[in-house]
Design a protein around this ligand. Structure first.
Ligand code: BES
Ligand code: MN
Ligand code: ZN
Length: 501
């Protein structure tokens, strides 16, 4: 889908559809006002008749408007009653507009929605959100359908109209960022949506090589094999892959965008390409959704790729421990004790708490990059879905400044996180009678004890953990990967590139 920036009046520019806002009770946006005049009052007339819903996110399509209007359709989008929109309302409005356009018959359109006033947000932000919302609306995963049924009139081109020449560059910058984030989100969604038989650890390694091919100058990729991991002493990671016929891979992506020798941001993504639970096998219901257990890894790929596309001036390392978790005669068993790369021993009381076992070795490995900060991203605990539902990523950190940065990036991008405490009291739940620690901490506070486990391997640097179990994919009729938290991570890195150079 293409995006461009335009200036001009809504009645004069030629297009298949013009998109404008209307608020309650009967307030027309400036562009809607002009269209009303040009159509000799058609919009006000319809409003008066009650034919236009002004509720936030409700859309009304008008065909062949009256008067001297160059466009074939007008899409009116309800903006609610507030004069200044909340960022969330703007995102809702853009998304509703994109969905309505997708089923309108118009394959190209002009949007005047960036003229809406949004609290604490500038034009670049509005342009970026418009792009992200539109790309989200047109996303489809049909690579595995033998007969893909594409929409009859897909939205191919969206013009974002701004008030004057001075605003053009700002909108263009927003579009550039929006496209990169949307590409990153799409990559994360595609990888997440692929089934476990087609997205194995080796497939993820191939994906990394493909990224290297796309950005040969900026990216370096290294794939560590099981024997390399054995040499490094990664007994925890390797214990998870024992039950699988697919070899585990430790994928390392390095992006150097900062001229200086600045310490990198390291992203570590959980890449369990299928989580059956292992010997502590999961119940059958919805087990297919455990193909999404590599969405942390997918978000690292998406973010690295978007950062490379934008040529952001940051140094970034992505580390992806990739493995399956399956039962087998040779699989780890409850009670087995393994030695991690850090030297700490772990009693595996539940083989379904495998994410932390692969992450702990990856976190120890991260130390070798002398990181500025480390952020891990993982579909780690069902408990996080119970605590925060499907709206917020769980955030836990050993450094409040880093936590605050990530929380702020979540608010700005609309891809929000919520912090949970990482207190010593919780850490005590990890006691083991036989090893340095157990891999589970009992029924209560499951998200926190999982993070406490990871914290034991992240003492040497500023670290944050993002539990994306509730946000990485949707269940039910819209089942599919969301690409979260790529928008949050991109906002975080964009701001770091700006502030810290
Ligand atoms: N991948 C799961 C977490 C998960 C479960 C995410 C359901 C989203 C939906 C993880 O490996 C897991 O199985 N965690 C266990 C931990 C428990 C054994 C301490 C869980 O959450 O039940
Ligand atoms: Mn599990
Ligand atoms: Zn898992």
């Amino acid at each position: 889908m293409d995006f461009n920036v335009k200036t001009g009046d809504p009645d004069k520019l030629r297009s298949a559809c013009v998109v404008v806002g209307v608020s309650a009770p009967r307030r027309l946006s400036p562009a809607a006002e002009r269209l009303d005049k040009a159509s000799r009052g058609q919009l006000r007339e319809l409003l008066k008749q009650g034919d236009i819903d002004t509720e936030c996110g409700k859309t009304t399509l008008i065909h062949n408007p009256k008067g001297h209007i160059e466009t074939a359709r007008i899409l009116l989008v309800g903006c609610g009653k507030d004069k200044k929109l909340s960022p969330k309302a703007f995102a809702e409005i853009s998304s509703a507009a994109a969905k309505a356009l997708q089923s309108s018959g118009a394959t190209e359109a002009l949007s005047y929605l960036t003229e809406l006033v949004v609290k604490d947000r500038d034009l670049a932000w509005k342009a970026q959100r418009t792009v992200e919302a539109s790309r989200d609306a047109v996303y489809r995963f049909d690579e595995l359908k033998s007969e893909a049924k594409p929409p009859k009139h897909p939205l191919r081109k969206l013009g974002i109209v701004v008030s004057d020449r001075d605003a053009v560059n700002e909108a263009k910058e927003g579009i550039r960022r929006g496209i990169a984030v949307a590409n990153g989100v799409d990559l994360a969604r595609v990888l997440g949506n692929r089934p476990g038989n087609l997205c194995t650890p080796s497939d993820l390694a191939d994906q990394a090589m493909a990224l290297k091919k796309a950005y040969p100058a900026a990216l370096n990729v290294q794939i560590l094999e099981e024997e390399d991991m054995a040499k490094l002493g990664m007994g925890a990671l390797l214990s998870v892959s024992r039950g699988s016929r697919q070899p585990a891979k430790l994928i390392v992506l390095q992006y150097n965008g900062s001229a200086t020798n600045k310490n990198p941001v390291v992203l570590v993504g959980k890449g369990v390409t299928f989580d059956s639970g292992g010997i502590s096998i999961k119940p059958g219901a919805a087990m297919d959704e455990m193909k999404f257990d590599m969405c942390g890894a997918a978000s690292v790929f998406g973010t690295v790729s978007a950062v490379a596309e934008l040529a952001l001036p940051v140094n970034l390392v992505g580390i992806v421990p990739a493995t399956e978790n399956l039962p087998d005669g040779d699989a780890s068993k409850p009670g087995d004790i393994v030695t991690s790369m850090s030297g700490q021993t772990i009693e595996v009381l539940n083989t379904d708490a495998e994410g932390r076992l692969i992450l702990c070795d990856a976190l120890t490995y991260a130390d070798k990059f002398d990181p500025d900060v480390v952020v891990d991203i993982a579909t780690l605990t069902g408990a996080c879905v119970i605590a925060l539902g499907h709206h917020a990523t769980g955030l836990l950190s050993n450094d409040q400044a880093l936590a605050d940065e990530l929380l702020a990036a979540g608010r700005t991008s609309g891809d929000r996180a919520w912090q949970l405490p990482l207190w010593d009291e919780y850490d005590e739940q990890l006691v083991s009678n036989f090893a340095d620690m157990a891999n589970i901490g009992g029924r209560s506070a499951g998200t926190i004890t999982a993070a406490c486990f990871l914290a034991r391997f992240s003492k040497n640097y500023h670290w944050a953990h993002l539990d994306i179990a509730g946000v990485a994919w949707k269940s039910g009729k819209d089942k599919g990967a969301t690409g979260r938290p790529v928008p949050l991570l991109m906002q975080f890195l964009t701001e770091r590139a700006r502030d810290k150079g």
